[in-house]
Every structure is written in structure tokens, then in C-alpha cells.
Design a protein around this ligand. Structure first.
Ligand code: PLP
Length: 388
């Protein structure tokens, strides 16, 4: 699914030089690299403040701590996301309230949000899954009607745009991840909070450093949520390659769309007002697990993000959902498959993957072409929905 070794060869010298600079400075915490990364990313995203932290998870945690979300509060979010989105809510003692997703975009369905609001609701987390923004205008409109805070979980979406505006500047606050597999992946854990709210940014800065307002003066209880200098310096190098790598991912996705056009799978749907960054290129398919094994036998890796929706995880049993509570999410979990889409793939690789899928449906499952459906009941059968 990734070729981190191949990528590294492209910028190995620059990375080594960046590491040497940090080693020579002997400043391993904070320092100019962290401030420079915050500045570079806040201006790229178009957000007034950026606060570098230790991971995407800690970005979510810190943001919600900064908003005083805790016991007795509810936070609305999709169940089709990585665990951290909901885990951070639960760790603060608040209740994650799971709502269903749009079957075409896999992102939170704004219509479902409204029905889930109670007088305990404090915030909505809109996840930009697979590198494609949630329908933020609709999400923000619901939030505004009910005076709720909106947090973007943009962990997978750095570089994505919505009506031309970058992910990370579409709500009250946004959180990104620099986990090594992310589009802007570091060499270790890392994350960042974006916000235009000066007060929230100030609190987040304190929280990442044990709540210190000045040396040994603690206004609140925070944690060690700092991003190491070395990681920041490496990320600054990786950042130079982000646009090129994003372009390659988009090109790969466009190529897959064409190659899979006549195959009975559903390719990603990207509304015209959005530009995705294809952190994952995910299709919907019948007989998913058999297809996966078939591809694996041919040396093609694929992945299932996510096989078990969060509302059905044991640790969230107390939330009160059961199978059937979120039918779209559950159906998507059974049919989703992510194909390799990373920047180091060649056209030959993409053709090889697509031909494997073609072969599976042609030879092994000849009936599938007739039975395959598409995203969303309202859509005609066997039509690949996409407008990039
Ligand atoms: C949607 C989503 N939210 C949050 C996170 C948490 O980020 P991290 O792994 O950096 O803690 C991730 C990444 O793994 C993610 O994909």
C-alpha cells in the first residue's frame, strides 16, 4: 500500500541534512523547526493559528480539552473512521454519538446530524475520510443553528479542498496527523491543530506542555503533547514534496477511474466542488474478501479501512448502538476495499492492479457484472459515479 523506501530515496540527502542541523543545534524540544512547521502549514491551510502536537490523536484530544468537553457532554461523529476520532471523545469522559454516513462519499451525512442533537451536544467532528472533505457547508449550517462547535478530523486530508478552500480551515478547529502512512507522513508520530480562534490556540499551546502558562505555573492540567524538533525538521523536508506527491495520487486515482470503468465495482465519488487527495483510493465491491485474496495471490496488496464500524466496537457498547443502527456504515464496511494509490506507483503497476480486478470478475464471478450495485440507492445501477 506504500513505498516508503522508494519515497525516502528521493529526499534522503535533504533529510540527513535536516537531522544534522538539529543534532548540531542540540535543541531537541521546541526550537525553530517546530515554529517553522507551524508557520508553513498555517499559511498553506489558511488558518491563523497552528499548534504542533505529538499525534493526530493528541490533536483531537487537546482541541476538545481546550473546548472543555468532558463528562456529561455529547459529541456527534461518524462511526466510519479510525478509532482515534471516537476514542478521544470517550477518553475525556464525553459520549460519542455515532451517526450514519453518505453512501457515496463515505463521510458524515449532515441530515443525520440534526436528528442526533440533544441538549448535551457540544460539538460535531466531521471526518474527511480517505482524503476527501465532508460536506462542510451543510455540517456548519446545522452546527450554527444549534450553537455547536465543529472540529474537522483532517488527519487523512491535508491538501484536499472544498469549494477551493483547504481542509483544515473549514470549521472552528481542525486536526491533522503526521503518522508515517499519512500523505504528509513524518518519521514517527506527530500532529497539528489549526484554528482561527486565538483563545483556543493559546489554551492548546499550554495544554501540550502540561498546561504551563509560564515556567512552572500551571493554569490547567495538560499533558506532554509536544512535537519533537527532529520530527518537525523532517516534516519540513517532506512538505516540499507534498504537492508533487498529491498530484501523483490524483493522477493515479484518475487512471484507476478509467481502468476500472467497465468493471463492476464502484469507484470514488468526488463532487465537483471538491478535490480529494486520495489518502486512500477506495472502491465498493461484491465478494470483497475473495477479491482481496485473489489480488494477494498476484502480489497486489489491498486493505480494508474499516472492517468493524466504531458503533459496534465492544468498548463503545455503552453508547447503545447495535447491528442495524447505522445501516449505510455497516454496508460500506462490508464492501469497501482500498487499492494501492501511493505516489511511487507506475502506470504498469496501476494496470496490473486493475487487470487483477478485471480478471476476478470476468473469470471467477461472471454473474457479478449483473448484480453489482452502486453507491446510494438513488443512483442507477452499474454506473461509476465520479466527477473530479
Ligand atoms: C481519521 C483519523 N483520525 C485520527 C487519526 C489519529 O492520528 P494519529 O495516528 O496521528 O494519532 C488518524 C490516523 O491514524 C485518522 O486516520
Amino acid at each position: 500500500m506504500l513505498d516508503l523506501g522508494g519515497e525516502y530515496q528521493l529526499f534522503a540527502d535533504e533529510i540527513r541534512a535536516a537531522i544534522d542541523t538539529v543534532l548540531e543545534s542540540r535543541q531537541f524540544i521546541g526550537g525553530p523547526a517546530v515554529a517553522e512547521l507551524e508557520k508553513a502549514l498555517s499559511s498553506r491551510v489558511g488558518s491563523e493559528h497552528a499548534v504542533a502536537v505529538s499525534s493526530g490523536t493528541d490533536a483531537l484530544l487537546c482541541t476538545m480539552m481546550g473546548l472543555d468537553i468532558g463528562h456529561g457532554d455529547e459529541v456527534i461523529l461518524p462511526a466510519f473512521t479510525f478509532f482515534a476520532t471516537a476514542g478521544s471523545v470517550a477518553r475525556l469522559g464525553a459520549k460519542p454519538v455515532f451517526v450514519d454516513i453518505d453512501p457515496r462519499t463515505f463521510n458524515v451525512d449532515p441530515v443525520k446530524i440534526e436528528a442526533a442533537i440533544t441538549d448535551r451536544t457540544r460539538a460535531i467532528i466531521a471526518v474527511h475520510l480517505f482524503g476527501q472533505c465532508a460536506e462542510m457547508d451543510a455540517v456548519n449550517a446545522v452546527a450554527a443553528r444549534h450553537h455547536l462547535t465543529v472540529i474537522e478530523d483532517a488527519a487523512q486530508a491535508i491538501g484536499a479542498t472544498y469549494h477551493g478552500r483547504p481542509a483544515g480551515a473549514l470549521a472552528d478547529a481542525a486536526c491533522v496527523s503526521f503518522y508515517p502512512t499519512k500523505n504528509l507522513g513524518g518519521f514517527g508520530e506527530g500532529g497539528m491543530i489549526f484554528t482561527n480562534d486565538e483563545h483556543l490556540a493559546g489554551i492548546a499551546r499550554q495544554l501540550r506542555n502540561h498546561g504551563e502558562s509560564q515556567r512552572y505555573v500551571h493554569e490547567r492540567v495538560g499533558g506532554n503533547f509536544r512535537l519533537d524538533t527532529m520530527k518537525a525538521a523532517i516534516l519540513l523536508v517532506r512538505l516540499r514534496y507534498l504537492d508533487e506527491f498529491t498530484k501523483r495520487r490524483r493522477d493515479n486515482a484518475a487512471r484507476y477511474n478509467a481502468l476500472l470503468d467497465k468493471i463492476p465495482v464502484t469507484t470514488p465519488y468526488v463532487p465537483a466542488h471538491q478535490k480529494a487527495v486520495y489518502h486512500q483510493y477506495s472502491i465498493l465491491c461484491d465478494r470483497r474478501d475473495e477479491l482481496r485474496s485473489f489480488l494477494q495471490e498476484r502480489g497486489v496488496h489491498s486493505a480494508v479501512y474499516y472492517p468493524v464500524p466504531l458503533h459496534l466496537q465492544k468498548c463503545f457498547a455503552s453508547v447503545g448502538c447495535r447491528r442495524g443502527s447505522l445501516p449505510v456504515t455497516e454496508q460500506i464496511c462490508d464492501r469497501i476495499l482500498s487499492l494501492p494509490c501511493h505516489p511511487m506507483l507506475s502506470d504498469k503497476d496501476l494496470r496490473y492492479v486493475a487487470s487483477g480486478i478485471h480478471e476476478f470478475y470476468e473469470r471467477l464471478v461472471p454473474t457479478c457484472a449483473a448484480t453489482s450495485d452502486t453507491r446510494g440507492a438513488a443512483q442507477p445501477r452499474s454506473v461509476n459515479l465520479r466527477q473530479d
